[in-house]
Design a binder for this molecule. Structure first.
Ligand code: GLN
Length: 307
């Protein structure tokens, strides 16, 4: 089951002067860690964003309203330094695109590189169309929430093998008020889509794709805390992607799209898996950092000759 954030006692807000806050910040940094992470905690856990924080340097006497008092923030910071637990889990939220998602141990923290997948998925689709879409390996539900908002007349399915992930996805769909348009289903990849086999207009996935040997070398903040189920893609990182590519031509509706995220060096291999799986218009796309991060392809229309 999902562990609640370790410091889930009542949140006590507080008022301090700018000077007190800046002093506190210096003391915390002397314990270790990175300023960028502490400032993230101040923003998402304390409600003091980067800009107001800078303004305090000019106006140290100004009072600052904190969403959590300094003792609570310090407890979270010390826990992060002690255990390398991601601050997103400790605070229980993660900003992603224009959303604020709930996250907890057991679910992958949404990554910035995944944000662009939503634009790619929606490109060329009429937002007024009534489509049938699915997000396989939904995790926090980040992609499912964004697709539901971008396709308000469509019905979606958010699938995950992990019950912990489905709990978070359910909460995030409800927070975004799109839960009437997205169903949740537990299961592995295509399996839960069988009842509309051949009728899926759009299927997206950010599957586990990190080769096991690379995963074993990741920093403790990822490897020791985030679910291996969401990250470890087997020996070459492609075991989930192989299954996704193999089922697509039967599961998708004629003309329907499959869109996947993959590791920075898997573009060629994934394009070839999609083509061999019978998809056409197979192409690669870059992420926000310029890495070849996405692959997509569509099932041919019944009238199109096979390639
Ligand atoms: N992009 C993630 C990372 O590098 C991996 C996500 C995934 O395997 N789907 O941490």
């Amino acid at each position: 089951m999902v562990q609640p954030p370790r410091h889930s006692g009542p949140i006590v807000s507080g008022i301090v002067s700018g000077e007190e806050l800046l002093d506190w910040r210096r003391r915390q940094l002397s314990l270790g860690g990175h300023a960028v992470d502490l400032d993230w905690l101040l923003d998402l856990g304390g409600g003091v964003g980067w800009q107001p924080l800078q303004a305090l340097r000019l106006h140290p006497q100004r009072p600052v309203q904190l969403q959590r008092d300094l003792a609570q923030l310090e407890q979270l910071w010390r826990e992060h330094l002690r255990s390398a637990a991601p601050l997103q889990y400790l605070v229980g939220i993660c900003p992603w695109r224009d959303l604020e998602l709930q996250v907890a141990p057991g679910v992958l923290i949404p990554r910035q590189e995944t944000e662009l997948l939503v634009e790619l998925a929606l490109a060329g689709l009429d937002p007024r169309a009534a489509l049938r879409w699915a997000d396989l390996g939904t995790g926090s539900g980040c992609l499912a929430v964004a697709l539901a908002r971008g396709l308000p007349r469509s019905q979606g399915l958010a699938v995950d093998l992990s019950p912990d992930a489905l709990i978070q996805a359910e909460a995030n769909l409800a927070r975004a008020q799109v839960d009437d348009r997205v169903q949740l289903r537990q299961g592995s990849w295509w399996e839960p889509l069988r009842d509309a086999w051949g009728h899926w207009d759009l299927v997206v996935s950010n599957p586990p794709y990190i080769p096991t040997a690379v995963w074993e070398q990741l920093e403790p903040v990822v490897r020791q805390h985030e679910p291996a189920l969401a990250l470890d893609g087997g020996d070459d990182g492609l075991s989930a992607i192989r299954q996704l590519a193999a089922g697509a031509a039967q599961a998708l509706a004629p003309g329907g799209w499959l869109l996947l995220e993959h590791h920075h060096d898997q573009s060629e291999a994934v394009l070839s898996l999609l083509s061999r799986g019978g998809l056409v218009d197979v192409e690669a796309h870059r992420d926000l950092e310029g890495q070849w991060r996405f692959a997509r392809g569509r099932r041919p229309q019944a009238t199109e000759p096979p390639v």
